[in-house]
Each structure stands twice: as structure tokens, then as C-alpha cells.
Design a protein around this ligand. Sequence first.
Ligand SMILES: *Cc1c(COP(=O)(O)O)cnc(C)c1O
Length: 405
Amino acid sequence: MPGFELFGPEERKEINDVMETGILMRYGFDGPRKGIWKSKELEAELCKRLDCGYAQLVSSGTAANTTALAALGIGAGDEVILPVFTFVASFESVLTVGAVPVFVDVDETLTLDPAAVRRAITPRTKCIMPVHMCGAMADMDALMAICKEHNLLLMEDACQSFGGRYKGKYLGTIGHAGTFSFDFVKIVTCAEGGAVVTNSEDVYTKLDGYSDHGHDHKGVDRGADLHPFIGYNYRISELHSAIGLAQVRKLDQFLAIQKKNYQQLKSILSTLPEVTFRTILDPEGNICTFLDWFLPTEEATRALLAELRQQGILAGNMYWYEHNWHYIRKWDHLKNATALGKLTDAQQKALLSLDKADFSASDRIMSRCISTSIGLLWTEEQTKEKGEKIVAAIRKVLSKEKAHA
Ligand SMILES: *Cc1c(COP(=O)(O)O)cnc(C)c1O
């Protein structure tokens, strides 16, 4: 991770196909484009690859989340339950469609704690939005049971977990809709892009229209299209789809490398009894973009990070607890409800109440968690060296702690 580490002639070839005709738009220009439809081709590839009914490409993962929520009919006043550990895009999309984000704790899966989800349900709850963080899965069986019981929609933010699986199904294809990001740091990248997948034809028709100004795409040309509902422009371009196409075809190669490097690093860290690992509900389905692990205390974790920094080997070891994008602790703009325009009263009220909310259960987990990003270009020797250096640093920090105790 990320996929750009292995850019090659394949991406260049796909882009050149598009430049041969110069038709950079995904719709229309049927004659001049001479049969080149990279976006359509990539959508078909996604359906085949993920074994799902429909795929709609859009301009980003954030646009994918917004388009998915809109297509599921989520709007003003509806509550969407999502985790405190995610990326800001998840709540941005909820706010964009006028809905209210309801944040709940994560457990050691680093995804939604189903018990916390249950406690957060109100008569206004319309959707549960698990986020499959760092390449691995939320507890989909438990969440689907809750959705069935309370008649709720399930929208999977699988933006970080393209190619991941849960009990034989691809992440993103299990709920009513699921989203992916192909931004520059994801496992498959096209610079900027995203996709929504679904098995419902009705939802797909709405995704298709919403992401292109409400066009029904049934006219003889774009000007003749009807607009059955109000949409927006979240279109992807043919250049982005071209790169995405080359990258998706390399997914199996990426997964094989990541799994190998992940296993090697994990077995080195496993030699220390003080190191524990994230709960992975279906290890086969983990895409292994990160190795997520815990130390026994926040103090030890912070001491280790300081040690890694001092040794110049901190890079790639993510401490989400202090991260500005990924964990609620640092989202002051959200907690202060600082938007450019007016939010709805319900949104404003929910956001301003976040400051007093108790997420100590998540704090206890996230404050001890380090995620080590897995490289596609690491050699076996380099992986070994990285692992051994981390192990030595942990030993040093823990023995210092013991001496102080
Ligand atoms: C990357 C990401 C997104 C949004 O993707 P962009 O393509 O950058 O807009 C949404 N959710 C999660 C969890 C992400 O990691």
C-alpha cells in the first residue's frame, strides 16, 4: 500500500488509449470516442471482481459516501450511526445529505462495537455505517442482525478495504450499499476517484442519476435526458478510470505481497508477549494494508513512539489517537460545529453535544494502538530489519518502565 508504488506501463497504456481519441468525459461523444469507454469498463470489472450486481464510479470516496447515502434516501433529520475511528469523509457525507451523525465506540476490531450501536439507536435512526478500517472488517453478522431487527439500512464505508472479504463476501457488497476510495494513498489508486456498489437495481438507478445532475441517461443525447430527481456532479473522468482499470487488474498482486509482508512482520512482533493484535474476525479476508497492534498501556505506547522518532524509524507507524483526520479526539471543527454555512438545528445540536460525550472505551483502545503501514516494495530483508528494530525499541521501553516501577 499504496498502489502507486507499483505504477508501470499498464497504467500508461490505459491513459494513452483515452488520449488517442481525446474524449475525457465518461458520457456521450459516442462517435468520436471510437468505442473507448474506460469508466464503463472499470464498472464492469468491479462487478466481476467483487461479485456484485452494480457499480457506480464517482469522483472520490467522499463523493461515493454522499452518493450512497443519498441513493438510500437518507436526508434531513435522519440519524446515521458511525464509529469514532474513521476518516473525516464519513461524517462529512452524513452532514452533506442533511442527516445527523451519531458517533459510537469502537472495540478491539477497531470498527463499530455492536453493543454500542444498539445503545445509540433512537426512533430517528435510519442507517448504520460501519467503516472497515485499515483493510479489515467490521462485525457484519452482528450489525446486519441489528439492522434487520430495527429495520435499518446498512451502508458500508469500505473506502480503505477494497478487495477485503468477510465470510466469503467482498466488503462493500454485504449491506444495502458500499463505498470505495481510489485516492492517492489507497491500495488501488487512480489519483482521485471512488465507487459505490450495490445489489439493488433501484439503488443503482439512483446512484447513476444522483452522481450526474439527476440525468436518467436514457435520452438519445445528454440534452434529451430527463431528470426524475435532483442530482449533483460527482462524475469521474475517463483518465482516472483508465488508471483505475490498470490498478484493479493488479489487485491480486498487491494482496499477495501485502499478506506476505504482514505475516512476516506479525511473526516478528509476536515474539513479545506484551504485544497484542487487533481482532480480525475473518483473517482470510484481511487485505493487510496495516498491521494493527497494541502495547499494554498508553504510557508505554507513547514512550515507544518517542523512541522510534528518536531512532528515525517512526515513519509508517501510525498513532491514530493523536491523528487529526482519523479519530474524534482531534475533530475540534466538528465538535464546535464550525461549518461555512448554517447547519440544520438537529445537526448543530448533535455536534455541540459531542464535547461531553464519553468515548473512554475507545480511548482505552486507540491510545494503545499502533498501525504499521505495510509496503509493497519491502524486501524480506527490509521487513525483517524493520520488525527487529521495532522489537528492540519495545524491549528497551518496557525494561525502562519496569525499572521505574
Ligand atoms: C479515504 C477514505 C474516504 C474518502 O476517500 P477520498 O477518496 O479521499 O474522498 C472515506 N472513508 C474512509 C474510511 C477513507 O479512508
